[in-house]
Structure formats: structure tokens, C-alpha cells
Design a protein around this ligand. Structure first.
Ligand SMILES: Cc1cc2nc3c(=O)[nH]c(=O)nc-3n(C[C@H](O)[C@H](O)[C@H](O)COP(=O)(O)O)c2cc1C
Length: 148
């Protein structure tokens, strides 16, 4: 089996319009992502906060690279900055073709502390923070599902 590979990046939202339009667009992005990622063996998580996206993509190197190339051409976001990339020993989001969390779900305090917009401006750090935050949401959600 091909080596597992991970890319963590952040970017600035370029979807114009009111928050509702943005939410609808993100819904569309997620639906397509989940279809494509399930087909290609890609898993990961997407975070939307502070007018910015942060995403973790993981899977076979060719599949992750192909997805990231498509994502980079997408005009719904811009100023893409790679926070972290390289081989990984195991998946962090094995059960998620694309987990998602946004400002409301996380609580404003935690999101303000993340400062994705600052990360983009300074182009530094942030990969572990994004990974940790998305992981904590996924763990919480899995626990909730298991308790039903
Ligand atoms: C923030 C963001 C995250 C995205 N994440 C994914 C993803 O994980 N997987 C994916 O296939 N497409 C993702 N897309 C969509 C791609 O940019 C592209 O539109 C899509 O892969 C094209 O798929 P299609 O060739 O099946 O139409 C994302 C787009 C944005 C703006």
C-alpha cells in the first residue's frame, strides 16, 4: 500500500455574500468533498472560522496531492498557505471523508484564540493547533454518536 501522506493548509474565504450564502456554499463544498474523498481514500477535517478555512487532508500521497491540486485551483478561497505536510504513520480522521466544524460549534472563545486570519498574515505555525482542534471536535462527535 502506498505511504500515508498529510497536508494541512489554511486559506481565506472568497465566497461573496451574506453568511447564509457562505453556509450554503460550504455545504456544497462538503458534499462534493465527501463524495470525491470517499472514492479516492482521502480523509480529513475542514474548519471554517475568522473568514478563513483550515483543512487537514490525509491518505495515499497521489490522492492527497491530486485533491490539493484541485483545491488550490478553486476560486472560492485564496491566499493558500501550507502549514504542515509530509508522511504520517496513521490517519487522524480514519472515519471521516471530511469532518467539518465552524465558529458556532466550537464557541467563539476557542476560535478567537486560533486566529486563522493572523496565521495567514504572518504565514507561520498553526498546523498542530488546527489538527488538535479538529481532532477534539471529531472525538467529541464520535463519543456522542456512540452514546446514542
Ligand atoms: C475550502 C475548500 C475545501 C475543499 N475540500 C475538498 C476536498 O477535501 N476534496 C475534494 O475533492 N474537493 C474539495 N474542494 C473542492 C475542490 O476545490 C473542487 O471543486 C472539487 O474537488 C472538484 O471536484 P469535481 O472534479 O468532482 O467537480 C474544496 C474546496 C474548498 C474551497
Amino acid at each position: 500500500m502506498s505511504e500515508l501522506y498529510q497536508v494541512i493548509y489554511c486559506s481565506r474565504n472568497r465566497i461573496p455574500g451574506a453568511p447564509d450564502t457562505v453556509s450554503e456554499n460550504i455545504g456544497g463544498i462538503l458534499a462534493r468533498s465527501r463524495e470525491n474523498n470517499a472514492r479516492d481514500g482521502v480523509t480529513g477535517g475542514l474548519l471554517f472560522s475568522d473568514g478563513c478555512f483550515a483543512q487537514v487532508l490525509e491518505g495515499p500521497m497521489e490522492a492527497v496531492t491530486a485533491a490539493f491540486e484541485r483545491i488550490q485551483c478553486d476560486e472560492r478561497h485564496g491566499e493558500i498557505v501550507v502549514l504542515q505536510s509530509g508522511p504520517i504513520a496513521e490517519r487522524h480522521f480514519a472515519d471521516w471523508s471530511m469532518a467539518f466544524t465552524g465558529t458556532r460549534a466550537l464557541g467563539a472563545g476557542k476560535v478567537a484564540g486560533l486566529g486563522l486570519s493572523d496565521t495567514l498574515t504572518t504565514r507561520s505555525g498553526g498546523g498542530d493547533t488546527v489538527l488538535g482542534l479538529l481532532r477534539s471536535v471529531v472525538v467529541r462527535e464520535t463519543e456522542w454518536l456512540e452514546s446514542v
